[in-house]
Write a protein that binds this ligand. Structure first.
Ligand code: PXL
Length: 278
């Protein structure tokens, strides 16, 4: 069985980070090892959340895994809580990111032009240096702008603007940035990426559903990781993740009992398996 390791927090309620990555990637038939970076009562969009920092456990976990000789087909990181955690993740990349191990970074730290609670511009720049060590980085428009220190162009940034930002991201060393949550010129909603090795832009859009919810970036990156490790090409895995995430958003949009802090990803897992041909 293929095995990945994902490094991010546990938000006990919030359907993000590990409570999304574990079920989605496991459902795709991939062993999902975890490094919990913190335990929060909820994600940080709620007020009054608890936060237990687990940074001190990250290096001992790494060292034990190294001693045991564990290998991974992918390393996937999401929300990280501090500059020190970014540094430690780089050491995981060094130890376990050998040739053939995909390094996927979702720099989960901002949306709608604003950093999440507790982050600053310096953290965003440092996240850029982690993305520079990835094979694929999956920022949204806000995260891309913040890593570059440029003005936020808005959620409806044009394809030309997004392409310009992608080229700028390669300027800070990011080999294959893919900006998610982009509205394409035909009105569809999806991603635009730039493969600097091939000097090639890629894009895909699915139906744009008039509903925005928290946690969709985590759903997207998790489905992408599962699809990629299942042998799909980068482009096909990105498209599968876009179609799956769109289905999750649609499911919540049509559900009068939906929660307002995340999407109904659980109900669309059968569809993800269908997209994967399982
Ligand atoms: O969905 C990204 C995310 C992950 N983890 C925590 C968060 C957020 C977004 O707010 O607060 C703790």
């Amino acid at each position: 069985m293929k095995r990945i390791a994902t490094i991010q927090d546990i938000s006990c309620i919030g359907k993000c980070s590990l409570t999304v990555a574990l079920p989605i990637i496991s459902a795709t038939g991939v062993e999902t090892a975890i490094v919990p970076t913190a335990v929060l009562s909820t994600h940080t969009q709620f007020s009054g959340f608890t936060f237990r920092d687990l940074t001190d456990d990250m290096e001992p976990i790494r060292d034990h895994w190294k001693k045991e000789g564990f290998k991974f087909d992918a390393l996937y990181t999401g929300y990280l809580g501090s500059l020190r955690q970014i540094d430690i993740v780089k050491s995981y990349f060094k130890e376990f990111g050998a040739e053939g191990t995909f390094k996927i970074v979702d720099p989960a730290m901002a949306d709608n032009g604003k950093l999440y609670y507790g982050f600053d511009e310096n953290f965003a720049r440092e996240m850029g240096t982690l993305c520079a060590e990835s094979d694929i980085a999956l920022p949204n428009i806000s995260e891309a702008a913040l890593m570059l220190g440029i003005e936020y162009p808005g959620e409806d940034a044009s394809e030309e603007t997004v392409k310009d930002i992608l080229k700028k991201l390669t300027g800070i060393g990011i080999k294959f940035p893919v900006i998610t949550g982009v509205t394409l010129s035909d009105g569809t909603f999806g991603f635009i990426g730039y493969d600097s090795a091939k000097d090639e832009f890629i894009s895909y859009g699915a139906e744009k559903i008039p509903y925005k919810s928290h946690g969709t970036g985590d759903v997207y990156a998790s489905a992408f990781t599962g699809a990629l490790v299942n042998g799909k090409s980068v482009y096909d895995a990105l498209v599968i993740a876009a179609n799956f995430t769109t289905a999750c958003i649609r499911n919540s949009y049509n559900d009068p009992d939906r929660v307002d802090y995340a999407v109904n990803f659980e109900l669309e897992i059968p569809y993800l398996l269908k997209l994967l041909g399982k």
